[in-house]
Ligand binder design. Structure first.
Ligand code: C2E
Ligand code: MG
Ligand code: MG
Length: 674
């Protein structure tokens, strides 16, 4: 955990226990000489042997640290205490503990500490037993009823001293407060230890009655063992994610609470990273849950490998992971670690023969800089993560300025799915007119969100969100449907227009796209060549192989393809040769720039010239003025789209405008509906 105590405190404590335990053993040896109860020799030896054996079948009851497990050897050593006194019991317990520790190759100091801690616990129990009872009595096996409270008290003291010594070392080593251990584990450990210790008197009687009876004790002990293990498994399940085995949100919260508490006390810091995988939903939808699950496991493993032991990585659900940093230096160090984590995800993942690339976005927030409590820190890490995702920046540290957009964005993300189902997405149309004749030959479908409270939301605000949340597939189909439906309506009204629809990066990776398009064209009775799909070079660049496959599918279907926003990004005319597009849409920034910048005019002229030579139709976007219209016509550009012709408007207005235009000489419609 976070903020371990200074190392000197831990080693001072360990050495103190080692020395005190050794002293206790010495006192027992000196005082106990000759005290070994003769009658108990054989049965006690058998019980001691069982104590050693019990050490190798431990009941792992401690949930935080395996070091603290309670073993059945405690019960048998306690039986030896009742039968032959503290010295024999301590010797039996030490023999058991040391044998097990040697077997586990624990370091010498650890072995010494464990032995010392047992010696102290047993000595304390022996002292209480001697004080309150006169058990063990030579030759006398009866436990008087009046002695039972004393025996119970000795058991309790053994357990308490043992727990306290162990809890303190865990607390010092890991930075827990001692009381945390008692708060979380005490009741559980006490119950299972109580059951085991309760067997001690029975074991004594059985051993004396007949050694052959001792194996019969195995049954109740096995029961204790099983119950403890089951309880522990349940406990584990409730705090861990079944798929990856990582801690879950419950455990993360608990640890974060503790880290914040410690940071508040010591003036430290608690840093949380939230990681969300990009494109995971897409992978899950296209390849199936089996692949998705394997990918998540691989990601979990990579994160674990990339982190230090003291860091906690949890899966919060879906494709969301969280990391609570164990050792926190400055925030720059945490950012560097976050980048390393993203780097660890970079190498391609092979999932049953499919090579997948995973990328993620990480948001980072810290106590006390970004929030004063667990909920605020988590929420702000979430906001930072969304900003990282939206800006494709990889890692973002929370910044209050992010709040200005983020709650709106976060809210929108949740609402978008409902909007899709509830028909809140509407499609507007913007005409494309022939520069030579002024005739409207096509319309581009542009989506808007008729939000009940916010009014008409522009696609720039929610299309990227749809891309990131896996909703872009359904969104594209909604727009496609509306566009084809409208196209059929115009046809009925006597207007013969082509219609174009914008694709997104994700739709371009989805091979089912061809099927969807084909189906809808057939439904509306529209020939494929009357539909144009717009793509951008950056969409293709995201995964050229897959994109080219989908594009080839669409071309084979007979649908026309246009290269949108040409000139932005790393456009290259060489790409035009390889892409199966038939039109080029020159980005509005160049068209609008033509009026002011000579270079823009040169670029547009050269692009138009070259594209035409390649047999492509050129559409100028952003034609806002009559002057631009005239210049573009002079250059030889084919089509114009822009406010000079019309703003995007809804289907009805568009139809009305078309009808009016048939009689009017000048195109007029300058206001966007709603
Ligand atoms: P785009 O495909 O390049 O669409 C043209 C954009 O330019 C539209 O913005 C349009 O309103 C705007 N525009 C048209 N004429 C003019 C003009 O004369 N001057 C200026 N300044 N702007 C003009 P809009 O509708 O906001 O759409 C923005 C982008 O959102 C689109 O750019 C497209 O990339 C994306 N988009 C729109 N609808 C969809 C959709 O259904 N699916 C996907 N994947 N993306 C869409
Ligand atoms: Mg477009
Ligand atoms: Mg464009």
């Amino acid at each position: 955990m976070s903020l371990p105590a200074p190392a000197w405190k831990l080693s001072a404590y360990v050495w103190a226990v080692c020395l005190a335990g050794s002293a206790a053993l010495l006192v027992l040896l000196l005082a106990g000489h000759g005290q070994l109860v003769a009658h108990a020799a054989v049965p006690s030896a058998a019980l001691a042997a069982l104590a050693v054996l019990g050490e190798f079948v431990p009941i792992r009851v401690f949930r935080r640290d395996a070091e603290g497990e309670i073993t059945l050897s405690t019960a048998f050593a306690f039986a030896v205490l009742l039968d032959a006194g503290p010295l024999a019991a301590t010797v039996a317990l030490l023999a058991a503990g040391v044998a097990a520790d040697l077997h586990l190759r624990k370091p010498p100091l650890r072995i010494w500490f464990n032995a010392a801690q047992y010696a102290l616990s047993m000595a304390a129990a022996g002292a209480v037993l001697a004080l309150l009872t006169d058990v063990p009595r030579a030759g006398d096996l009866s436990f008087a009823a009046a002695e039972l409270p004393g025996i119970v008290a000795a058991g309790c003291v053994f357990f308490l001293v043992n727990s306290l010594l162990v809890a303190t070392v865990i607390a010092l080593a890991h930075g827990y407060a001692v009381h945390v251990y008692f708060r979380t584990d005490f009741a559980f450990v006490a119950a299972s230890t109580g059951m085991a210790l309760g067997l001690a008197p029975v074991a004594v009687l059985a051993a004396h009655f007949s050694l052959a009876l001792l194996p019969a004790l195995a049954l109740p002990l096995a029961g204790v063992h099983r119950a403890a293990r089951q309880a522990q498994e349940l406990e584990h399940q409730s705090r861990h994610d079944a798929l990856t085995g990582l801690p879950n949100r419950v455990l993360l919260r608990g640890r974060l609470e503790e880290a914040v508490r410690l940071a508040r006390r010591d003036g430290g810091r608690a840093v949380v990273l939230l990681l969300d995988l990009d494109h995971f939903k897409e992978i899950n939808d296209t390849l199936g849950h089996g692949h998705g699950d394997l990918l998540l496991r691989e990601v979990a493993q990579r994160l674990r490998d990339a982190l230090r032991e003291e860091d906690l990585v949890a899966r919060l659900g879906g494709d969301e992971f969280a990391v609570l940093l164990g050792e926190t230096g400055d925030l720059a160090g945490a950012v560097a670690l976050a980048r390393r984590l993203l780097g660890a995800l970079e190498a391609p993942v092979d999932v049953e023969g499919v090579t997948l690339r995973v990328e993620g976005s990480i948001g980072l927030a810290a106590f006390p800089e970004h929030g004063d409590d667990v909920d605020t820190v988590l929420r702000r890490a979430d906001i930072a993560m969304y900003v990282a995702k939206g800006g494709k920046t990889g890692v973002e540290v929370y910044d209050p300025r992010q709040e200005r957009h983020s709650p709106a964005r976060l809210g929108l993300a949740g609402e978008l799915r409902r909007a899709l189902d509830g028909g809140e997405l509407v499609v507007h149309f913007q005409p494309e007119a022939e520069l030579a004749t002024g005739r409207v030959v096509a319309a581009e479908a542009l989506v808007r969100w008729a939000h009940p409270r916010r009014g008409l939301v522009a696609p720039g605000e929610f299309v990227p969100l749809a891309e990131n949340t896996g909703l872009i597939g359904p969104l594209t189909l909604v727009v496609l449907d509306a566009a084809l439906d409208q196209r059929a309506g115009w046809q009925d009204a006597g207007h013969d227009l082509d219609v174009s629809v914008n694709l997104s990066t994700r739709s371009l990776m989805d091979r089912r796209l061809r099927g969807h398009v084909e189906e809808r064209l057939a439904q509306h009775g529209i020939a494929p060549e009357r539909l144009e799909l717009e793509i951008t070079e950056s969409m293709v660049a995201a995964d050229p192989v897959r994109a080219m496959r989908t594009l080839a599918d669409l071309r084979d279907l007979g649908v026309r393809l246009a290269l949108d926003d040409f000139g932005t990004g790393f456009s290259s005319l060489a790409n035009l040769r390889d892409l199966p597009v038939t039109s080029l849409k020159v980005d509005k920034s160049f068209i609008l720039g033509m009026a002011e910048r000579h270079q823009d005019a040169v670029i547009v002229t050269a692009t138009v010239d070259l594209a035409r030579r390649l047999g492509l139709r050129v559409v100028a976007e952003g034609v806002e003025t009559a002057a631009l219209w005239d210049r573009l016509r002079a250059i030889g550009c084919d089509l114009a789209q822009g406010y000079h012709v019309s703003r995007p408007v809804d289907g009805d207005r568009f139809t009305a405008w078309l009808a009016g235009r048939a009689t009017a000489a000048v195109p007029v419609l300058r206001r966007e509906a709603a």
